[in-house]
Write a protein that binds this ligand. Structure first.
Ligand code: UD1
Length: 365
């Protein structure tokens, strides 16, 4: 019997990371990969649509936890995953990224003596007010395999005293998915369907609690974007968290910003590829725009992905309106080219599966 690796996915940014790993596991053939969906995200356009577009196999287990406070959501995932792990006794649990599903599953697994593999380990914003930063630090501390996307991760893990033999620099699985889906995105041609001119519009996403949870702050941040909207269309697929707050604002996003529902992966990738400018507070989008060669203005004070600033097309704007205004101006004048940070070559998932299969089969032998 092949060793089972239980892969946990819960929230939207997890799905594009799990997809290439599941596919590489099938291709490699030495391990049996199964998928567990925690249900942290549950709206069709935040979850099922991604499974369909990325051809991710149907999850064998669904925990159906839904939304709640951090404590309740984390506790609910832990409570529901424990009996699953006790019954199946997988050889390893694989978690991705930095969401509540990541730390909750890792914590339960490790206490049951099941080793944890963390994909996208070592990233640090050094901002402990971000829930994701807490999830990253804790997940890395208890993982057996730490798969790193960029060299900064190697330094951070060494500083935190993680043994070097647990750490593997394997590249970026999110870029594996991007490379696989580029052609399909070009065919679907979302910009044309939305009546947009290639390189003639901006695309924005915003959902970080620190940016969107307080209406007055969000409103101030949107000012420079409303101004940008007077010179080019600004497309804004709105995360459910952000929508709730926007509904309470008297101005809304304004006439110059074109709001829509969250988009599927393929449509969003198509829009990103042809955008003149991307504005975001997401982590993954900073990486994707670097590979696509599209200028990215990150609406945050820090980033856990410094390679996108040093080698890529990313510009850190902060969150003050004047800083955002100035950074948009700069990003529109500096030329941007597609960049390939080390090992962002579309084969990260294969390398991850190779390490896991070699180690797990050695243990079993
Ligand atoms: C989570 C992740 C964040 C990731 C983001 C991507 C954590 C700590 N945060 O934040 O790192 O970047 O996902 O989207 O895990 N909601 C819906 N439908 C859904 C999902 C959520 O309406 O399918 C609403 C709920 O009202 C919920 C709110 O969005 O209360 C926030 O969802 P939650 O999963 O708690 O956090 P995110 O802000 O999505």
């Amino acid at each position: 019997m092949k060793p089972e690796v239980l892969m946990v996915a819960g929230a939207r940014p997890n799905f594009m990371k799990i997809a290439p790993v599941a596919s590489a596991m099938r291709g490699d053939g030495r391990l049996r990969g199964t998928i567990l969906h925690t249900g942290q995200h549950y709206d069709r356009e935040m979850s099922e649509l991604f499974f369909e577009q990325l051809a991710i196999p149907e999850p064998e287990i669904r925990l159906g936890v839904g939304s709640a406070s951090h404590a309740l959501q984390t506790a609910e995932i832990m409570t529901r995953i424990e009996p699953v792990l006790l019954e199946r006794k997988p050889a390893a649990v694989l978690v991705v990224g930095d969401v509540n599903s990541t730390i909750a599953s890792a914590l339960v697994a490790v206490k049951l003596g099941i080793p944890v593999a963390h994909v996208e380990a070592g990233l640090r914003s050094f901002d402990r007010t971000m829930p994701e930063e807490i999830n990253r630090v804790l997940t890395d501390a208890i993982s057996t395999w730490l798969f790193v996307t960029e060299r900064s991760g190697l330094e951070h893990l060494a500083t935190e005293g993680i043994a070097a033999d647990k750490v593997h620099f394997t590249g970026n699985v999110m870029i594996d998915t991007l490379m696989r889906c580029r052609e399909q995105a070009a065919k679907v041609d979302a910009p044309r369907k939305m009546g947009l001119t290639p390189k003639g519009y901006a695309l924005m996403t915003l959902h970080r609690p620190s940016n969107v949870d307080e209406g007055s702050r969000l409103n101030a941040m949107l000012d420079p974007i409303r101004e940008l909207g007077k010179s080019m269309p600004v497309i804004f697929p709105v995360h459910p968290r952000t929508r709730k707050i926007l509904e309470g604002l008297s101005e809304g996003a304004s006439d110059t910003i074109r709001m829509c529902e969250p988009l599927g992966y393929v449509e969003f990738l198509g829009l990103m590829s042809q955008a003149k400018l991307v504005l975001t507070d997401s982590g993954g989008i900073q990486e994707e725009t670097t590979v696509l060669g599209v200028p990215c203005v990150t609406l945050r004070d820090n980033t856990e992905r410094p390679v996108t600033l040093i080698e890529g097309t990313n510009h850190l704007a902060g969150t003050a309106p004047d800083g955002i205004r100035e950074t948009i101006r700069r990003a529109l004048t500096v030329p941007a080219e597609p960049r390939s940070p080390e090992l962002w070559d579309g084969r990260a998932a294969e390398r991850i599966v190779d390490v896991l299969a070699s180690d797990l089969l050695e243990v079993g032998a």
